[in-house]
Design a binder for this molecule. Structure first.
Ligand SMILES: [Zn+2]
Length: 532
């Protein structure tokens, strides 16, 4: 008797007989959907959360949705190493989408202090970017993107009409398709009809190299600054094409936790990020708290995670007048797993990510004028700060390594940093920077804050405990000769020709370095203007 009771108890705790999730689990009863818009399940063949959607199925659904609804446009903005498409969906009202290019151009003027006065913030839509599962084995975000996309395309309510009239919502459903596909293969092939919730079960323990990283096992959530991989290069172009006001970054963490959203530990924000950024993040967090309370999910904030290294998806936006937000959901690792808090089921993790996606949209809608004004002031203040800064420019050369110098400049250009040839030789700290082989970055430009973040040597910290990367001074990483020039040693006569890197073809990785007035130099030639 005792034995059979024990067995029954053990079975209760060690397996979860999977009830099929249905859309009612994710959406409250009072939401009405347009029946002409297909649900994810109708296209992928199973309900969201029942299995892990494959990347191919995800792509198929997003294209079907774009064909079915006039509330979104879809584009492929790049390819991964394994030739999976990187998608960006643009949601807004049909009227806004018909005029989307003009809306984008007006929006970009806000971040140009010389043009910002031309546009009236009142009535402008905010630009919100939702980005899912940069770590491929943190799948709840990516699977939730199906629900978010369906909700935005198919919901029938005055609220959604109002939101779409006043926001542009960019949705990147899968930032790291190659890593995700490794993970999805693993968990789906070891999924049982009756879920095994034992953490030691093979379903919960994927083999090396696991799905976190991309094809070359590089963590794309450290690549927003170095920009060394095709996923990051393609994405940063889209980021600057739109300059969003809020950008979300959906992750997973240890299974015994609950749900985290930023702000993180206040003393661990990068000092180059304005204080207002944390204030906005805190205000937006109130929306997540209300939404998670409504569905009875536990959460926390401010206790962990720093916001220091700009190579991370939730921090890079902060140095660009945007509010980056990190979400961390406790991971079910597979379809259901025992944890300290009971059995954690995959659909539950998806529902939380879907919920905070919508709370972010509501916050971005309510706060749109404040966010747009903050973005405008961010760039205006950057130029003002540069004028007051004792340092006026950075100069650098790569010695005889022309290729290294070229790629260093390429990274700066991808971050929209202006670089000039050095018009007059400069001697500093016993090194002579020669014209023809040296370059200069004046600080008085829109990316003043980011230039400092990339060039400065930070050797003391308010809070020296780090979750993540604490040193990344770029010229040191590239082993460049470099120095800063103060007002005494700088004059605008040092600025030679402005260097532009232009894409030859949208589909091509080939770039061209152009010195204005000179002939174009393809980037795959080991030469540089003024050299040889
Ligand atoms: Zn992660």
């Amino acid at each position: 008797m005792i034995k059979s009771t024990l067995t029954a108890l053990l079975l209760t705790f060690s397996i979860w007989v999977q009830a099929q999730p249905d859309l009612d689990y994710y959406f409250p009863d009072d939401i009405k959907f347009d029946p002409a818009i297909p649900t994810p399940g109708e296209i992928i063949g199973f309900e969201v959360g029942e299995k892990h959607v494959s990347h191919d199925q995800l792509v198929k659904y997003m294209y079907v949705l774009a064909e079915s609804s006039d509330r979104l446009q879809i584009e492929r903005y790049g390819w991964t190493y394994e030739h999976r498409p990187l998608l960006l969906l643009t949601f807004s009202s049909p009227e806004n989408l018909a005029d989307i290019e003009n809306i984008r151009i007006s929006h970009l003027k806000l971040s140009d202090p010389e043009l910002a006065g031309e546009v009236q913030i009142t009535g402008m839509p905010s630009v919100l970017w939702l980005g899912y599962s940069v770590h491929g084995n943190e799948p709840s975000g990516l699977n939730a993107s199906l629900l978010v996309a369906y909700y935005l395309a198919a919901t029938q309510s005055d609220e959604i009409t109002d939101i779409l009239n006043n926001t542009i919502i960019l949705l990147d459903p899968s930032i790291n398709p190659d890593g995700y596909s490794r993970f999805e293969q693993w968990v789906n092939q070891y999924k049982s009809h009756i879920s095994i919730t034992d953490p030691d079960n093979i379903e919960h323990n994927e083999s090396w190299p696991r799905g976190r990283t991309n094809h070359y096992w590089f963590d794309l959530n450290r690549d927003w600054l170095p920009l060394q991989h095709p996923e990051s290069k393609a994405r940063i172009d889209q980021f600057y094409r739109w300059k969003p006001n809020i950008l979300t970054d959906h992750h997973e963490m240890g299974s015994n936790s609950t749900f985290f959203f930023q702000p993180g530990i206040p003393s661990r924000s990068n000092p180059n990020t304005p204080m207002e950024n944390t204030q906005f993040t805190t205000k937006i967090a109130e929306y997540h708290a209300v939404a998670l309370d409504k569905i009875g999910s536990l959460y926390y904030s401010k206790e962990v995670y720093d916001d220091f290294y700009y190579g991370k998806g939730s921090t890079y936006p902060d140095i660009n007048g945007c509010i980056g937000i990190l979400f961390e959901q406790a991971s079910s690792r597979g379809h259901a797993r025992q944890t300290d808090n009971g059995i954690l089921k995959f659909p539950f993790t998806i529902r939380n990510q879907y919920t905070v996606s919508l709370s972010t949209i509501r916050a971005g809608y309510d706060m749109r004028e404040d966010l747009l004004k903050y973005q405008t002031d961010f760039y205006k203040n950057a130029v003002d700060m540069a004028r007051k800064d004792a340092n006026k420019a950075y100069i650098f050369d790569g010695g005889n390594d022309h290729t290294k110098t070229r790629y260093f400049i390429e990274v700066l250009h991808r971050h929209q940093i202006e670089v000039y040839t050095l018009a007059q030789s400069v001697t500093s700290e016993n090194h002579k920077y020669l014209t023809g082989s040296s370059y200069i970055v004046p600080l008085e430009q829109k990316q003043y804050r980011l230039i400092n973040a990339i060039f400065e040597k930070t050797t003391s910290f308010t809070d020296s405990l780090f979750y993540d990367v604490s040193a990344w001074t770029f010229p040191l990483a590239f082993d460049m000769n470099y120095t800063s020039l103060t007002g005494k040693s700088f004059n605008t006569g040092l600025l030679g020709e402005k260097i532009d890197i232009e894409k030859q073809e949208p589909e091509s990785e080939t770039l061209v370095l152009t010195v204005k007035g000179n002939k174009d130099i393809p980037i795959n030639e080991p030469s540089f203007p003024g050299r040889h």
